[in-house]
Design a protein around this ligand. Structure first.
Ligand code: ZN
Length: 433
């Protein structure tokens, strides 16, 4: 049992309660592995074998190792994933004062299973912007590391049909999160700002703006009779970020001929169209800048792209035997049975047969099992960063990912073995397999 990698994954997620923290967690690991930061506003000098990373707006990051061979002969090998997860975000004027209780208004980010946020020990993490004592605009991360917020369920005595009809929540009226009791001596808005001040040490009057994610404070756990499963928040898709990062940091991959890249994007859960999203300019810009810094011309960059390969790593829907009707009977992918190749004829997934064959080859060389997934034909299929990234780059691409139960629940679960399998397959991919 690969206990180390699994414990490392759970620690990675627990240290990353928002996309901004996920990038911070990744950067800490890169700095101990000898990677250097490349600000986009600087000019770059890159060496073969050099290790670098670029951050755009604190929540998307591209890390790469420059290949030993010229780019036009060896191309890029890229693993893409996303740093964000669906959930709740705090509104700009959040405090609602009613009937002696203070609540925080929230906006739904992406497509979470809202009912899973009820009765959880929730808290806040994100980014805060402020005016420094010297008068400059500055930003810093904020992580309230204790239960702070709650969405108490309505008692069954007042919601008699909840077990037949499920918990339905009106997004405007029934999602605000309980935060505190109202105090006569303090205005409600000041109560919230005082909390931000306590958490950051920044005077309330200097706080200008924020992006705050609601997260579940329960730590990740290993569960099951043989400790064969994991449960945590944000497995979709921090598990894939962790697998890609771990594979890239493997010693074998650091001497590869190709230029190896991990591209981890924010904003996947809301469609990826942004300056930092997978459907934006971030990855094309950085690949071009790597080429320019290595003295590779435009024609040779296209030659490099033509022999490059992108693995879009995102979680897949594991078979849950209580709900057999939700799955195509011939495509029930099992937890702990290996990474899943996701196939969709309508290109909701970017996989085509040659890319699938190459990934199968990586799995076989790495000695890991693999599975193939196709969605039920009568249910609309979700998508990933794969198709849009492949389209922007003109690069061969595949969609793969590990089986996951309860995708977009605040607490998802998956298999211990699968995480190790995916890391091994990605190591093989990066080492030229
Ligand atoms: Zn995802």
């Amino acid at each position: 049992m690969p206990a180390h990698d699994i414990q490392d994954l759970l620690q990675f997620i627990d240290a990353s309660p928002s996309p901004w923290h996920a990038v911070q967690t990744i950067v800490r690991r890169l700095q101990t592995a000898g990677f250097s930061a490349l600000p986009e506003q600087d000019s770059w000098q890159l060496q073969p074998g050099g290790r670098y990373y670029v951050i755009r707006d604190d929540s998307s990051i591209i890390l790469f190792v420059v290949g030993q061979q010229p780019l036009q002969r060896s191309g890029f090998r890229i693993v893409g994933a996303h740093t964000d997860s669906p959930g709740l975000r705090i509104k700009p004027n959040p405090v609602q004062d009613s009937d002696g209780l203070l609540r925080l208004g929230v906006e739904v980010y992406g497509g979470p299973i809202l009912a899973t946020f009820a009765d959880r020990d929730l808290s806040l993490a994100g980014r805060l912007c402020y005016r420094s004592k010297q008068g400059q605009i500055a930003s810093r991360l904020l992580h309230v590391d204790r239960p702070l917020l709650r969405l108490p369920n309505l008692a069954i005595h007042m919601n008699r049909k909840v077990n037949e009809e499920g918990l339905k929540l009106d997004k405007q009226k029934e999602l605000p999160l309980l935060f505190s009791t109202a105090a006569e001596r303090q205005l409600p808005r000041h109560r919230f700002l005082a909390l931000l001040e306590d958490s950051t040490g920044i005077d309330a009057e200097r706080i200008l703006s924020w992006e705050l994610n609601v997260y579940d404070t329960q730590k990740g756990e290993i569960w099951g009779a043989d400790r064969e499963f994991i449960a945590d928040s944000q497995l979709d898709n921090l598990a894939s970020c962790h697998a890609g990062l771990t594979a890239l940091l493997d010693r074998d991959s650091l001497a590869a001929d190709s230029t190896l890249v991990c591209a981890f994007f924010d904003h996947e859960e809301i469609g990826s169209v942004s300056r930092i999203g997978a459907d934006g300019s971030f990855l094309p810009d950085i690949l071009e800048r790597i080429a320019v810094a290595r003295g590779v011309g435009r024609c040779d960059l296209h030659r490099a792209m033509a022999q490059s390969f992108l693995i879009s790593a995102d979680m897949a829907h594991a078979y849950q035997p209580n709900f057999p009707a939700a799955y195509d009977p011939e495509h029930q992918v099992g937890v702990n049975q290996g990474p899943v190749i996701k196939i969709n004829a309508n290109q909701r997934y970017s996989t085509e047969s040659l890319a699938a064959a190459q990934f199968i080859d990586c799995c076989e060389q790495a000695g890991v099992p693999f599975q193939k997934y196709s969605h039920r034909s009568d249910i609309p299929c979700g998508s990933t960063i794969g198709p849009m990234t492949a389209a922007r780059l003109g690069m061969r691409s595949i969609d793969v990912g590990n089986p996951l139960w309860a995708m977009h629940s605040v607490r998802e679960s998956a298999g211990v073995l699968d995480h190790d399998y995916l890391i091994r397959a990605l190591k093989k991919f990066f080492s030229g397999g």
